[in-house]
Design a binder for this molecule. Structure first.
Ligand code: ZN
Length: 591
């Protein structure tokens, strides 16, 4: 969901720090804030020139036609850009800025500071070929509702016209990639080829062009597809010749650095790992109590195993058999959304803007391969755009794999998934983010805050009575709901343990699957999918538990302070009003 700060553009650099700032002398603080606001405008414009793909994804369409050639020349420009703006920011002392701008400054700085590390040390452009895929950008250009189809096609044609140089640079960048990222790249690039051959071709043929122009665009598209296929063949060659040998494990040093730069928590990676281990034991205790209570209802006369984990696993396996059919997976999600929305309104938990509809759709081809369900929302420049709830298709699953997937997303977990992804989780947060007065906060989203919020809402909804709600299924099954919630929450805890252990402690696949299936009670398909994801990403899987812990603890602290004056709805709305700033920054602003 988070746009990578890697995709890019050639550009000229402006000198910002030297420009004369506001001359308001009556209030020195206000004058610095006025100057900082102007600085932000200039910075954002230059940022979008540097990263046009990111701009497109954020709904800023001015540079849609630009395709960055990701070579050394570009990376040198990127480093100069970063240095220049870090220097400019040094001209704004924290004490001279209001709270809002202080946070914006911190967000810009932390993003800029992580870039030299990403280019000079992390170097994913050498070992992760999946970043060379413009399917997402082209799709976002075509989804732009403010432009005519004909102009959008012209823009796409300009962009894909540079694919030959783009893939030449990509080929020369790739040095000993990981096998896992190479396989992912091939899968997703084939998705992009499919998308170009069907949807993009249809769009060209639907456009009102002269016959000659239309033929030319179709021919240009064919050439572009041939370049993508050329890159796919190159990657297949790398696999065939055993040239993809880099380990997907990034190791202790890079991991600690990436954790600190991506998560921006008050905790270190090691501390969060220890907290997760402790939390795992607490959840197991709760689950054990619920299992003893529910055992007779589901297991009848079967003897309960003496081993607690085995008993929990057996009971969960039985309860998980209650799930929708694969054909109804998407329609059941569609059915639940309005009921969740009504609950949030009735319980006074959060104002939800009724004019922003959530569209449930089948996951687009270029997205395939990483997660089962996700939200994509319009960027902050595109407030009228649709928010999509992307649902992975089960069509390609074997009957066994489909059953395993559906048991994982059973009757109870599917509700928690919808709370997390949609209402009042990611979807609600994204709507608020886009209303945030600061474009900087809307753009430089902190992953731990975003995931932490979604995870926080799961527990909050149950605490506020979703576990007793009968509107969805006619009856309420509180114990089942909490047992499954614990199982789901265990997943977040084990995400952290898994990710940390894979990259720092050399955890094997067998150990990983054992953790997920026997201690986190996951089905095989889910565990395999999570293992795959942890080999393709680093640190991101820790963001859920870290963010949740910080938000939940902060709320409890405020409750204690404010006593009966504490207002949950106000807390939620205020918390979300700062955009996706790191929780540590939001805490400072809310105190
Ligand atoms: Zn999430």
């Amino acid at each position: 969901m988070k746009k990578l700060f890697v995709v890019a553009i050639a550009s000229f650099l402006f000198s910002c720090g030297s420009k004369k700032e506001s001359s308001n002398t009556e209030n020195p603080i206000a004058s610095k804030d006025v100057a900082f606001d102007a600085f932000k405008d200039r910075f954002m414009e230059e940022l979008w020139k540097m990263y046009p793909g990111w701009a497109t994804g954020s709904g800023y369409h001015k540079y849609d036609s630009v395709l960055i050639i990701p070579d050394d020349t570009y990376r040198t420009k990127e480093l100069a850009f970063v240095k220049q703006y870090i220097d400019s920011l040094a001209g704004f002392e924290d004490a001279s800025l209001n709270e809002n701008n202080k946070t914006d400054k911190a967000l810009i700085l932390s993003t800029l500071n992580s870039t030299p590390w990403a280019i000079n040390k992390f170097k994913s452009f050498e070992w992760d070929p999946s970043q060379y895929n413009i399917g997402g950008a082209v799709s976002e250009i075509l989804d732009n509702k403010k432009e005519t189809l004909e102009n959008k096609i012209r823009t796409v044609i300009q962009k894909i016209g540079k694919l030959e140089a783009y893939y030449a640079a990509a080929k020369s960048n790739i040095k000993n990639p990981t096998k896992e990222h190479t396989e992912l790249a091939i899968l997703q690039l084939k998705g992009t080829v499919g998308f170009f051959e069907t949807s993009v071709t249809d769009s060209i043929n639907k456009g009102k062009f002269g016959a000659h122009e239309q033929d030319k665009y179709n021919a240009d598209l064919k050439v572009a597809i041939s370049h993508i296929n050329g890159f796919i063949a190159h990657l297949e060659g790398i696999l065939k010749n055993n040239q993809a040998n880099r380990s997907f494990r990034i190791g202790k040093e890079l991991y600690a650095e990436k954790f600190s730069s991506d998560i921006q928590s008050t905790y270190s990676a090691d501390e969060i790992y220890q907290k997760a281990l402790k939390r795992k034991e607490e959840i197991l205790k709760d689950m054990s109590v619920l299992t003893k209570k529910l055992w007779p209802k589901y297991m009848k006369n079967a003897v309960m195993p003496a081993n607690e984990n085995e008993a929990i696993k057996a009971l969960i396996g039985e309860i998980a058999k209650t799930h929708v059919s694969r054909e109804k997976f998407q329609t059941e999600i569609e059915r639940q959304i309005p009921i969740l929305t009504k609950f949030v309104k009735d319980k006074n938990l959060l104002y939800m803007d009724p004019s922003k509809p959530l569209v449930v759709r089948k996951e687009p081809e270029w997205m395939a391969g990483v997660a089962g369900a996700s939200i994509s929302a319009p960027g902050p420049y595109d407030k009228e755009g649709d928010t999509f709830y992307n649902v992975g298709s089960l069509a390609a699953y074997s009957p066994e794999d489909a059953e395993s997937f559906l048991k994982e997303y059973n009757k109870y977990i599917l509700q928690i998934l919808n709370i997390h992804e949609a209402i009042p989780g990611h979807y609600a947060q994204l709507v608020y983010k886009n209303q945030s007065p600061s474009i900087v906060k809307a753009i430089f989203g902190n992953g731990a805050m975003i995931e932490g919020w979604a995870v926080y809402t799961e527990k909050m909804m149950l605490e506020e009575g979703w576990d007793k709600n009968t509107e969805l299924n006619g009856t309420a099954e509180q114990d089942e709901m909490w047992l499954m919630y614990n199982k789901w929450h265990m997943r977040v805890v084990c995400n952290t343990i898994l990710d940390y252990s894979i990259h720092n402690l050399n955890m094997s696949k067998e150990e990983g699957l054992n953790l997920l299936m026997n201690e986190a009670f996951q089905e095989k398909a889910e565990a395999e999918g999570k293992w795959k994801r942890a080999t393709l990403t680093q640190v991101q899987l820790c963001s859920y538990f870290t963010g949740f812990t910080e938000i939940y603890d902060f709320r409890e602290e405020l409750k204690k302070q404010q006593g009966k004056n504490f207002d949950l709805k106000k807390f939620h709305e205020k918390f979300l009003s700062y955009g996706s700033a790191p929780v540590t920054e939001i805490k400072k602003l809310m105190k």
